[in-house]
Every structure is written in structure tokens, then in C-alpha cells.
Write a protein that binds this ligand. Structure first.
Ligand code: GLU
Length: 303
């Protein structure tokens, strides 16, 4: 497959979408990001690497971090994890409070904010130094020690994080989380603030292609657990646009409001794309279009 040419052709073809949408500005530090940036990187399980444009520029991974947190949670808790968080698509926005109230504090899935906040709380309870463990896990997955939190982004999100504060309070009210709400919230914001490039993300997500034993920084997953993690990405990875992404792209994946999207073609490759301008659902417009074209041109999808 001529992936390099395909990535370059895709970039040309999506130009009519340049300038559509806006970067996430509800997090003040992200409002400062130049919205007109784009990168894409694809890595195969055979060690081939393809990229185009700003594939090495680091950006805020935001909700993509929820996949790493879920992997750690599954490794620590196994099936018991599903006692504190569900695995059904929510059909509501990533920061919605509606279901949480009706469903008495059990979040629908690990990829909406409420679900990730519950996993953050569990990691604080289980790990001696959750900040270091989270970073070490990502550094090992991507093979790059320089990956780090961006504290300015984390602090800036805390400043304006009214909805996430409401979520953590409701979770605490229902007894779903054990630790101090401020500690949980700040750990959640730090996880979201991690900065990675498309190349870093494609490398890290190769581990989720499920073609080699998963054992990173002491966190192990069985191949069956990786299959299930991919299933949750497929059904819940794109907020209330999970069906649309599945329909257009046909790969499990996860997006973040920093404009990044990662997708996995099990046993074959992982691909990461980034462009900060988002659609109203919080997903990168050029990112989604790129992956739709990728699986259309290559005719490679899980369906
Ligand atoms: N830190 C963001 C928030 O909690 C993550 C949202 C996202 O990327 O979907 O609002």
C-alpha cells in the first residue's frame, strides 16, 4: 500500500475544509493555539512509518488520554472496572451531566468526562504516585521520555472547568469517587494536558493493534482486554458522534478537543491526525475527513 502518497493526496483533498470550525476555546490556554495547523502519521506493525506536514508538532491530547487511563484501569482492575463505569455509548456531549443524575452517579463509559474522572479517582487510590505512573506509561508506550504534562493548560482548564467541577461534585455525592474532589479534578486535568505529536500517538497506539504482548511500565493487558478496549473506542470514542465516525471511517479510535484523533487498524497499523479546528461535537473537522478518506482509498477498515 502506498501510504505516503495517500497521506499527501488526502492533505490536498481536504483543503476545502481548511478554515472551517474553531479550536476549543473553553480552555483558555487552548484558545491561543494557531488553529491552522495539520499533521498526520501512520505506523505499521512491521515498523514502517509514514507522515505528512506537522506530524512532529506536539499538541494537547485532551480526551485521547482517556484511552491510556482506561488501559491502566483495566490492567489494575480487570472486569471489576465495569462496576464503577459502564461501557455503553452515551449519545450525549462529553461533558454532559444529564445521564449522570438519572443513572445515580455511574458514568455511561470511560470516554466521557464523568467516566474518566471516576477512573482518575481509582488510579489515585491504587497507585503510590499516579502522576508519575501515568506519564511513565505513556512514555514507555511511545518510546519517548520527553513527553510531559503542560501545567499551564491544566491550570487554565481548572480555572474555567465549571462543568467538570459539577461532574466531580455529583460523583462525590453519589459515593462513586473516594478521594478529595480537588485532587481528582486536578489529576484529570493533568492527564488531559499531556502533549504529544501525531508521530508519538501513532507509536503509542501501535500497542493497541494487538499484535504483540502488552506490557508497559508494569501495566499488562491480555489480547482479549485489548480487543475489548478497541470495542469501547469503536462505540464510545467520539462523544455523541461515535456512530458518525464509525460509519465514515470504520476503525476504533479516540478524539480530543485539542484537535487530535487516533485510530487503530487491528493487527495492521495505527494512525494519528491533528488539526485544531473542531466541529460542534468537539471533533477535528480535517482530522475526521482525513481518516474517512484514508479508509476509503485503502479500503482498509474493520468492516
Ligand atoms: N479536558 C477536556 C474536558 O474535560 C477534555 C475534553 C475532550 O477532549 O473531549 O473538557
Amino acid at each position: 500500500m502506498e501510504y505516503q502518497k495517500i497521506l499527501e493526496d488526502i492533505y490536498e483533498e481536504i483543503q476545502p475544509f481548511a478554515g472551517m470550525g474553531n479550536q476549543a476555546d473553553y480552555i483558555p490556554a487552548l484558545a491561543k493555539v494557531n488553529p491552522d495547523q495539520y499533521g498526520i502519521a501512520l505506523k505499521t506493525v512491521n515498523g514502517e512509518s509514514y507522515s505528512h506536514m506537522q506530524a512532529d508538532t506536539r499538541f494537547s491530547i485532551q480526551s485521547i488520554s482517556k484511552v491510556f487511563a482506561l488501559a491502566m484501569g483495566l490492567s489494575l482492575k480487570g472486569e471489576d472496572l465495569w462496576k464503577i463505569v459502564g461501557k455503553e455509548p452515551s449519545g450525549t456531549a462529553f461533558n454532559s451531566l444529564v445521564q449522570l443524575e438519572v443513572e445515580k452517579g455511574k458514568p455511561r463509559n470511560p470516554f466521557i468526562n464523568a467516566g474518566a474522572i471516576v477512573i482518575a479517582d481509582m488510579l489515585i487510590s491504587e497507585l503510590d504516585d499516579p502522576d508519575a505512573a501515568f506519564l511513565n506509561f505513556i512514555r514507555e508506550l511511545s518510546g519517548d521520555e520527553s513527553i510531559d504534562y503542560n501545567m499551564e493548560v491544566a491550570e487554565s482548564e481548572r480555572e474555567k472547568g465549571y462543568l467538570n467541577a459539577a461532574i466531580v461534585n455529583m460523583l462525590k455525592y453519589h459515593g462513586t469517587i473516594k478521594n478529595d474532589i480537588e485532587d481528582v479534578l486536578m489529576f484529570y486535568f493533568r492527564m488531559c494536558s499531556v502533549e504529544m505529536s501525531c508521530a508519538d500517538l501513532a507509536q503509542a497506539f501501535l500497542a493497541f493493534t494487538n499484535c504483540a504482548p502488552f506490557d508497559y511500565a508494569g501495566f499488562r493487558l491480555t489480547s482479549s482486554q485489548i480487543k475489548r478496549l478497541n470495542a469501547v473506542m469503536q462505540t464510545c470514542g467520539f462523544y455523541d458522534e461515535a456512530g458518525e465516525f464509525s460509519y465514515l471511517v470504520g476503525l476504533p479510535g479516540k478524539s480530543g478537543v485539542g484537535g487530535g484523533i487516533v485510530a487503530v487498524y487491528p493487527m495492521r497499523y495505527s494512525v494519528a491526525v491533528w488539526s485544531p479546528r473542531l466541529n460542534p461535537k468537539g471533533n477535528s473537522i480535517m482530522g475526521m475527513k482525513s481518516l474517512e478518506l484514508l479508509t476509503s482509498y485503502t479500503q482498509e477498515s474493520i468492516f
